[in-house]
Write a protein that binds this ligand. Structure first.
Ligand code: AHR
Length: 518
């Protein structure tokens, strides 16, 4: 029985494995000799929308700011993101994308139109961060650019001209305009999406209508040979399988990927979502069980995609995901500013493990969002900055980028929360280009450690190093006064006994074990 089947059986309650803390060791077997697909580095992608204090303050402070900056980008955030590595960055939205007019974000900054950001807080968007600022930032980071086009309020001509402006080589008027605005060489636009959440804020469309619009708009997205972007169709909301069905049925041959969005709300309700800190143990489990829903989402959307694209040419991009809580008290509700605790670290690790296991279809994900918004990597308060527990998980998981996934099977007990269930251990494994093994393990239990016994088929484990992220409290956070309260430490709790790798995973923790010097 495959891991997926076992987990489904467990979640569906078909297998009688009850949850009992610290009971029998959890058996995990890793097929080390059967490497699966490459874990695309783009699975570690990020998302930066014109929302709250993300772009303005979080990234862009302008050249004249007292905050130390490089050409207007704040140095502390830039350095932290470079250290992390950002393989791909999605911009300008989100909902913002379907009201964005790219022409308003080019040319002399003082002359750019000031507009109301109708989606996010009703504040004035002065367009000082536009195409040049985004592409320059992506280049500084070494990130591939993922530009999200406007279908909701833009025309096919506007979309086509934006792509031409960014990629044209010759002396067309748009190429000349780009040069006049300071950029000689065309930019590389690796990914381009045709609309965002077109079932919702992007136009409240029916899938049949959007499928036609997608085909229409994408026809005119032209770029020079060697710089043609991968074309992304705006995909479903979480469990909205019919959306994927219609889009795949009507437009598979016109797309390179389709997206899906899913947010983890502790309560599952949009009016009262639940708090980022100060939550109960029940809310801890409810949050982790709701995030585990991602396993079902990617499995089911992939199943539909397999019907229309058995060769798996088209990628499933989870280009928005993460926790979404009630905003921090006293902050603008439209800015989606929330703290980020150890619970978010576990959410990140569980989702990354799911994406690794589905690497055959999931080839990009973009956590929402990069700085100061939702499940952020980084929080800022004027000149201060901190790295969140989520950042630390992304850093711990770096060895998985570009490695080959290893299939695994596990018999973890399951914890139920209301009508939801979640395995108490989450895991993934991979071999990197130097043939080194990496294993990620998460213990969801906030109280008890768990013993995992790992059998490696086809290989003997070499010398391992380990890193762990945990904290004393479930809702431990980093603050501007204590920015290092939650940070990774060395982990020495793994041993090989009779060829079996035994790991005691402390309560509420994320561990990455890596082979050294193979
Ligand atoms: O990430 C915040 C918002 O969530 C995005 O703008 C939108 O696409 C989604 O609903």
């Amino acid at each position: 029985m495959s891991l997926r089947k076992i987990l489904f059986a467990l979640v569906a309650g078909w297998l009688p494995v009850a949850y009992a803390p610290a009971a029998e060791p959890v058996a995990l077997s890793i097929n080390a000799d059967k490497p699966g697909p490459v874990i695309e580095p783009a699975i570690y992608g990020q998302f930066a929308e014109h929302l709250g204090r993300l772009i303005y303050e979080g990234i862009w402070v302008g050249k004249d700011s007292p905050i130390p900056n490089t050409r207007g980008y704040r140095n502390d955030v830039l350095a932290a993101l470079k250290e992390l590595g950002v393989p791909v960055l999605r911009w300008p939205g989100g909902c913002f994308a379907d009201e964005y007019n790219w022409r308003e974000g080019i040319g002399p900054r003082a002359q750019r139109p000031r507009k109301v950001n109708t989606h996010w807080g009703g504040v004035v968007e002065d367009n000082s961060f536009g195409t040049h600022e985004f592409m320059d930032f992506a280049e500084l980071l070494g990130a591939d650019a993922y530009v999200n086009g406007n279908v909701g309020t833009g025309t096919p001509r506007e979309m086509a001209e934006w792509l031409e402006y960014m990629t044209a080589e010759g002396d067309s008027s748009l190429a000349q305009l780009r040069r006049q605005n300071g950029r000689d060489k065309p930019w590389k636009v690796k990914y381009f999406a045709v609309g965002n959440e077109t079932w919702g804020c992007g136009g409240n469309m029916r899938p049949e209508y959007y499928a036609d619009l997608y085909r229409h708009y994408v026809t005119f997205l032209k770029a020079p040979e060697g710089n043609k972007p991968l074309r992304i169709a705006s995909g479903a909301n979480g469990s909205g399988l019919p959306w994927t069905e219609v889009l795949m049925r009507e437009a598979t041959r016109h797309m390179d990927a389709i997206s899906v969005h899913y947010y983890t709300l502790p309560t599952g309700k949009w009016d009262v979502k639940g708090r980022a800190t100060g939550f109960s143990e029940d809310e801890w489990w409810a949050t982790l069980a709701r995030t585990w829903r991602m396993e079902w989402i990617v499995t089911e959307h992939s199943r539909i995609m397999d019907k229309y694209d058995p060769e798996k040419r088209v990628g499933l991009y989870v280009d928005e995901w993460g926790t979404w809580y009630d905003v921090e008290p006293g902050t603008n509700p439209g800015f989606l500013y929330q703290q980020n605790s150890l619970r978010d670290a576990l959410v990140a690790a569980i989702n990354l493990n799911i994406f690794h296991q589905h690497a055959d279809r999931v080839r990009m994900s973009n956590i929402a969002q990069m700085v100061n918004v939702l499940q952020a990597m980084i929080l800022t308060e004027r000149q201060k900055m901190l790295l969140t527990p989520t950042y630390h998980v992304y850093h711990l998981y770096k060895p998985f980028r570009g490695a080959r996934q290893l299939p695994l099977e596990m018999s973890a007990p399951v914890r139920t929360s209301g009508d939801l269930s979640v395995p108490v251990v989450s895991a993934s494994a991979a071999r990197d280009g130097a043939n080194r093994l990496h294993v990620a393990l998460v213990n969801l239990d906030p109280r008890a450690s768990v013993n995992v016994q790992i059998k490696l088929s086809g290989a003997k484990p070499g010398r391992l190093t380990g890193r762990i992220l945990t904290a004393a409290a479930m809702d431990a956070i980093n603050t501007f006064d204590k920015p290092d309260l939650v940070k990774p430490a060395t982990f020495n709790g793994a041993r090989v006994v009779d060829g079996v790798l035994r790991v005691e995973i402390p309560a509420k923790s994320v561990i990455v074990l890596s082979e050294v010097g193979r």
